[in-house]
Design a protein around this ligand. Sequence first.
Ligand code: AMP
Ligand code: DBH
Length: 555
Amino acid sequence: MADHALDWQARCPFWPRDVADRYREAGIWRYETFFDLLARQAGRLGRRIALIDGARQIGYDRLHCDALALAGGLSALGLVRGDRVVVQFPNCGEFVTLFFALCRLGVVPVLALPGHRDLELGQFADFTGARAILTAQEPKGYDMVALARRVQERVPSVRHVVALGDGRDATPFDSLFRPDLPLPAGPNAEDVACFQISGGTTGVPKLIPRRHMEYLYNIRMAVAASGLDGDTRYLCVLPMMHNFPMACPGFLGTLWAGGTVVVAPEPEAGICFDLIARHRVTMTALVPPLALLWLDAQAGLGADLSSLQLLQVGGAKLNPSSARRIRPELGCQLQQVFGMAEGLVCFTALTDSEERIVNTQGRPMSPWDELRIIRPDGREAAIGEPGELQVRGPYTIRGYYDMAGHNAQAFTADGFYRSGDIARRDADGAIIVEGRAKDQVNRGGEKIGVDEVEDLLVAHASVLDAAVVGRPDALMGERLCAFVLAAPGTTPRPGALRRHLAEAGLAAFKIPDEVIVLDRFPQTGVGKVNKRQLREQLREAHFPDPVAARQEESA
Ligand code: AMP
Ligand code: DBH
């Protein structure tokens, strides 16, 4: 294999040599890839059920054979070790097969979210020089193949569009199962296995290179923290390619433990409650808004959730009063999860008191995680004092893909990731997340970098300037609120601005829930937009609430 295929990996920062050696010697990083894991489990567990998707029950041996056959077909397309592809799949069993097939070949997926559109997909493909886009056409809903085709037209490196389902002129996913073909050698354990997407604060996407050996360590630690074993039946509700349901411990952790993954096609409570009862699901993972919707749904439905032992909630702060409802109303234990696709994951312990589970975001899952909390004056905070959480460790990246300039800001000189989260630690070492220093909105677990939205708004002829902030919301935690100044002689219309963003190809979850036109922005001492004051004005309800605003707009 030509080495140039792997040149790009040099643009994925690695740990310093002495640190890496320490992790290897301590057995933290092992020489195993994701495909090795699947092969091992297939040998050990045979026909035990790995995956349930609708009416299909897929054994470990079958999953292993399918992944090998799919690797054959992908290889026949010309994909080789080191190639990048963009993968945009809904929750389905095929995503699991595809992940392992790509891992077998060392072809690296950029794990796009189902909600990403032209803008994001184009950036991922362009930035990584992706050779293919693998997508899934659902019978109803958005035309995902047309989206992939538009991106292909703009990004010359994209040779293939592969589609699961009714893909018309795309290469059918089902045609790629080729068990007859010989396969080339696979990747090394320290190669990049996949790219996770960062929520981001900047206008460009930040890609998080996760490597086999450290991501597998992440998974082993998460499995231990959540107590998974061969009897675990994990319902995969959140988008499967996201770090939380994928690896913390998620579906990969479930397979690592020899359990069974049940795929939820939708997060809707009624659908998921049926799956929980039918398949005797023992654990699942949700973001806070979904946990709230499930609580309310269960009050009405009284579904049989008796098999459910553990509910993980993470991605955004769960308020203590909602946290307190989980055990009595859903009949299972809560585990708070505070994690980031960049690495660090914290869990409340299964043995923690209810008070700690409700009031903290848990402790780092590895004894090798190094955390520090830095006050605004640059000094390390004392216990109980808030500051910015910084972290480094054996599964926290040392830099984003190909972003030397940004990495110099996002990481400290001694290799700590600046999380942008404001947190404090209590006397027992648990983290309590207090807020955020980064210019990002967390809309029910979906992270939105405000720069990107502001830049697109300012590109509209009627907008002189834009400032995007989060508005507190009982269900979502925050909603996205855009303040705009009118360009001279124009009248910005909220509906038209939202359409402008959608037409620019922005994912729907990044389109502001409300747009408010102001005459001027409050300024800070140095003449920057004072977002803190804008947020305060929102909180003090100087502006109509979103529902009223939307009604006005449609009037
Ligand atoms: P990302 O870097 O896009 O993977 O998003 C990770 C970010 O999500 C963290 O840095 C936090 O800001 C936020 N987050 C994740 N879990 C929690 C939680 N349990 N409580 C509060 N914030 C969270
Ligand atoms: O929000 C996240 O990115 C997240 C939340 C919980 C995460 O990456 C994780 C757990 O691993």
